[in-house]
Design a protein around this ligand. Structure first.
Ligand code: AMP
Ligand code: GLY
Length: 420
């Protein structure tokens, strides 16, 4: 089977690593890929958001199966174009991708599904939004409706912050994403994520994870794309996961199908858990980054079979072969991230590290220059390890971190602290 993965981050390196181990995979191309991916697969330059270009590329390269990594191509309808061309693809349609691309859409679907989530108001003008904030008081959460690269959510602990956020959003700070605004009740609790595969009808859980969104230790400081993750997330116990499936995920998928938008791909449910009750924070229509890295570490080669089963509508017969193991990934980021940072510094010591089913350094923002690996982004490496316990996995991951010689980068030293 010839496989094309769209994307260029640590998530896509982890997907490529899992897919490559499956004997079904004859050839793997990742577009655009990165320096780490280039060591295990062919990389091609391709605009992943351009459905026509992706279809042409897939046809020219005799691709049998396309796996879409990030949300932007999905929101742009790339999966629809591939399906129209008769090419097997893992990822939802443009219509179904609105579960990530529009917060108000998701809230309406949750209403119809009677899924537990934060109370909300949906606004198209600033004055009405501000009146809602004044009526409800802080803490309160202001969200740009559209895709804003993870930056469109302001958790306002006081009223003025919320009012300012509304002005920013309607003032165009998030471009078109902020033309509509959703204001939500502030939910307390602990966050964790549930990942399920869907084939339009059937749903299969493929694991839980917890991300660390803040840049600083103890979950302090600015929000980032994620500084580390681990799987499984103990807060998502079997009981809580079953509740999330029955009360949130299954009803959502049922409503999507009833409305003519059956969901196919991975659904990432961000949950807030308090007193054993999960509530939905958000859906994403793709794997999390870096959560994907820990899920792939635990699933290995079977990930390809599972994604293919979802794409072919065969999830009813699919099973996950679970090991009672734990995985952790520590993000190495460029000094200054998530603010300004330099690109181009050299990362040394990678060649001496183990690369096997227990230890992997996935690349995110890297670039090769001759034999050298250079930093080429904010989040640069995902140092990932597996173990019989989270402690064992963590010790293994940080032992690798300590062998990497990159003074221009930093890590959080406390990944996994909530579970440990
Ligand atoms: P989102 O992009 O919707 O996941 O929001 C980003 C982050 O904001 C989430 O991971 C939560 O930490 C926080 N957040 C979003 N919505 C709420 C809410 N209603 N109550 C409390 N925190 C929230
Ligand atoms: N790590 C958070 C995300 O992928 O959205």
């Amino acid at each position: 089977m010839n496989i094309l993965i769209l994307g260029s981050g640590g998530r896509e390196h982890a997907l490529a690593w899992a897919v490559m181990q499956n004997p079904k995979c004859d050839r793997l191309i990742v577009a655009p890929g990165n320096a780490g991916i280039a060591k295990i697969a062919d990389c091609a330059s391709l605009n992943a958001d351009d459905g026509g270009a992706v279809v042409t590329f897939a046809e020219e390269n005799a691709i049998d199966f396309v796996i879409v990594g990030p949300e932007a191509p999905l929101a742009a309808g790339v999966a629809d174009r591939l399906r129209d061309a008769g090419i097997l693809v893992f990822g939802p349609s443009e219509a179904a991708a609105r579960l990530e691309a529009s917060k108000s859409f998701t809230k309406e679907i949750c209403d119809a599904a009677n899924a537990p989530t934060a109370g909300y108001g949906h606004f198209t003008d600033a004055e009405a939004a501000k009146a809602h904030v004044r009526a409800n008081g802080a803490p309160i959460v202001v969200k740009a409706d559209g895709l804003a690269a993870g930056k469109g959510v302001i958790v306002a602990m006081d009223e003025q912050t919320a009012l300012d956020a509304i002005d920013d959003m309607f003032g165009g700070a998030f471009g078109g994403a902020g033309a509509e605004v959703v204001i939500e009740e502030f939910m307390e609790g602990e966050e964790a994520s549930l990942f399920v595969l869907c084939d339009g009808e059937e749903i299969l859980s493929i694991g839980t994870a917890q991300d660390h969104k803040r840049v600083g230790e103890g979950d302090t400081g600015l929000n980032t794309g994620g500084m580390g993750a681990y799987s499984p997330a103990p807060i998502l116990s079997a009981e809580v996961e079953a509740k999330a499936m029955e009360e949130i995920v299954k009803p959502t998928m049922r409503v999507m199908a009833e409305r003519g938008m059956p969901y196919q791909g991975v659904l990432y449910a961000g949950l807030m858990i308090k007193g054993g009750q999960p509530r939905l924070v958000e859906y994403n229509v793709r794997f999390g980054d870096p959560e994907c890295q820990v899920l792939m570490m635990r699933l290995g080669a079977q990930a390809l079979d599972l994604m293919q089963a979802a794409a072919e509508g065969r999830l009813a017969d699919a099973r996950v072969n679970w090991a009672e193991d734990h995985a952790i990934t520590v993000v190495m980021a460029a000094n200054g991230y998530p603010g300004d940072y330099q690109k181009g510094s050299e990362i040394k010591g990678l060649a001496a590290l183990p690369e096997d089913s227990m230890n992997m350094v996935f690349h995110a923002g890297t670039k090769a220059e001759g034999d050298k690996i250079l930093a080429n982004g904010g989040r640069v490496l995902n140092v990932t390890a597996r173990g019989d316990s989270l402690t064992e996995a963590r010790d293994r991951a940080y032992a690798m971190v300590d062998q990497i010689d990159w003074p221009e980068g930093f890590v959080r030293r406390d990944i996994g602290w909530r579970a440990l």
